[in-house]
Write a protein that binds this ligand. Structure first.
Ligand SMILES: *[C@@H]1O[C@H](CO)[C@@H](O)[C@H](O)[C@H]1NC(C)=O
Ligand SMILES: *[C@@H]1O[C@H](CO)[C@@H](O)[C@H](O)[C@H]1NC(C)=O
Ligand SMILES: *[C@@H]1O[C@H](CO)[C@@H](O)[C@H](O)[C@H]1NC(C)=O
Ligand SMILES: *[C@@H]1O[C@H](CO)[C@@H](O)[C@H](O)[C@H]1NC(C)=O
Ligand SMILES: *[C@@H]1O[C@H](CO)[C@@H](O)[C@H](O)[C@H]1NC(C)=O
Ligand SMILES: *[C@@H]1O[C@H](CO)[C@@H](O)[C@H](O)[C@H]1NC(C)=O
Ligand SMILES: *[C@@H]1O[C@H](CO)[C@@H](O)[C@H](O)[C@H]1NC(C)=O
Ligand SMILES: *[C@@H]1O[C@H](CO)[C@@H](O)[C@H](O)[C@H]1NC(C)=O
Ligand SMILES: *[C@@H]1O[C@H](CO)[C@@H](O)[C@H](O)[C@H]1NC(C)=O
Length: 344
């Protein structure tokens, strides 16, 4: 055992990781949550969202230890059409968890979105009353386009680099001992920050293409992997699509090539797939390994599957897929990992 540990330390310079238990009200229905404090603010429960990038908070979640960045933002969640506007601040975030042993880890000061206006997608009503703005999202996704990586948001504001809090721990900075990345382990109700040789054992890896690289943050952005969509009892052929495993939603979104018929009656070009439909999502880069197979309406399926056409085929599994595997994102090496039969 000792010999093994010494070997591992010699092989992998990056040896530090932190395991945070999810908060107690975490579930596949409610989503995965972690506690954090922004700029020495109150301990706040965050939804871990792999479908967006960057931290979005209400003013009351921000403490006094921050500096204003001279930059505004607009942010829209396409799923709910909730929209937020406000300003960027630079603030450190301290994550904390109390499992068998208390654990905490701090980021360097990173750009954070503080919302000063909220418009409800459901009602269309807008408010600037800080008391009515309740949001604490921790966007940690990869390859989410203009939400990060110096893109422009919907209002033409520049989005700063380095907004993914899980990749910006102090220990993940150059010369330190942790490697930027995380492992979501729902069956242990925990998330690990920092990829090591030991904690990445037992995963099947898919190498990713570079989407953006910058020397002033310690990691790159990556193009999401490809998934193949197979639907039994339908006439169309399987198709490949860009894969998003989105812990921010409980349902699934599939955008198929325009040449396919939609699997159900449509209004405005969108359909909800009928109950009893078998879907099988597989990973071509892992030799057709099954990623997530389910029958709509049955246990283990997404809450529902919303299907539409799009020029760029796309699958958002929703968080239901995480009932099938542990999910690893290694931002430094550019790979995602899946552990299908790991016991914890
Ligand atoms: C499971 O969670 C506990 C703390 O809640 C942690 O100590 C342990 O390392 C975790 N195991 C894995 C494989 O993540
Ligand atoms: C989304 O919300 C914005 C502003 O709140 C509104 O202008 C837009 O029409 C909405 N879009 C949809 C698809 O509901
Ligand atoms: C404020 O943030 C800085 C930068 O992360 C940190 O070094 C400092 O300890 C923080 N101050 C307090 C009072 O927490
Ligand atoms: C990205 O840009 C598009 C086009 O300008 C815009 O509609 C969308 O809201 C932007 N997304 C975000 C998260 O800012
Ligand atoms: C990183 O560098 C880019 C390009 O020079 C710059 O636009 C951006 O503001 C820098 N980001 C940070 C966090 O320093
Ligand atoms: C990203 O840029 C840095 C600095 O220019 C370089 O050292 C690194 O190899 C690049 N990473 C990749 C994946 O190309
Ligand atoms: C999906 O992509 C893989 C790898 O490029 C390829 O082998 C496979 O035939 C594609 N599937 C479809 C349905 O086009
Ligand atoms: C899904 O497809 C894969 C690859 O063809 C296959 O191995 C697996 O058995 C299928 N799963 C189901 C539930 O049909
Ligand atoms: C589909 O199944 C789910 C779960 O069993 C159920 O809640 C829902 O009402 C069903 N939908 C229809 C249209 O029957």
């Amino acid at each position: 055992m000792l010999a093994f540990l010494l070997y591992a330390a010699a092989t992998y310079a990056q040896t530090t990781s932190y395991v945070f238990p999810f908060t107690s009200d975490t579930s596949i229905v409610n989503g995965y949550h972690i506690y954090g404090s922004v700029g020495s603010g109150p301990t706040t429960e965050f939804l871990i969202d792999t479908g967006s990038t960057g931290v979005l908070i209400s003013p009351r979640a921000l403490g006094t230890n921050y500096t204003l960045l001279n930059e505004n933002f607009c942010f829209a969640y396409s799923s709910s059409n909730n929209t937020y506007q406000g300003h960027w601040v630079l603030a450190p975030i301290v994550f904390s968890g109390s499992g068998s042993e208390p654990v905490s880890a701090q980021t360097i000061p990173i750009p954070v979105r503080v919302a000063t206006q909220f418009c409800s997608g459901a009602t269309g009503k807008c408010t600037t009353d800080p008391g009515e703005i309740s949001v604490s999202m921790l966007g940690v996704g990869l390859g989410r386009g203009n939400m990060s990586w110096g893109g422009e948001d919907g209002c033409g504001n520049q989005v700063p680099l380095g907004v993914n809090a899980f990749l910006q721990l102090e220990e993940m900075q150059p010369g330190e001992n942790a490697s930027p990345g995380y492992i979501i382990t729902p069956r242990n109700s925990s998330i690990t920050l920092g990829i090591t040789g030991a904690n990445s054992e037992g995963f099947d890896f898919v190498a990713l293409q570079l989407a953006g690289n910058a020397s002033n943050v310690t990691y790159s952005d990556w193009v999401p992997p490809t998934v193949e969509v197979n639907v039994a009892s339908q006439t169309w052929t399987p198709f490949n699509a860009s894969l998003l495993i989105d812990t921010g939603i409980s349902y699934s979104i599939i955008q198929s090539p325009a040449s396919d018929a939609l699997p159900g009656s449509t209004s405005r070009g969108v359909t909800t797939v009928s109950n009893g439909t078998s879907l099988n999502l597989t990973l071509p880069s892992l030799g057709g390994q099954e990623l997530y197979a389910f029958v709509t309406g049955q246990p283990g399926a997404p809450a529902y599957v919303s299907w539409r056409h799009a020029a760029a085929p796309f699958v958002n599994t929703g968080r239901g897929a995480l009932g099938e595997f542990d999910y690893l994102f290694d931002a430094r090496r550019g790979r995602v990992g899946f552990a299908f039969n790991r016991t914890v």
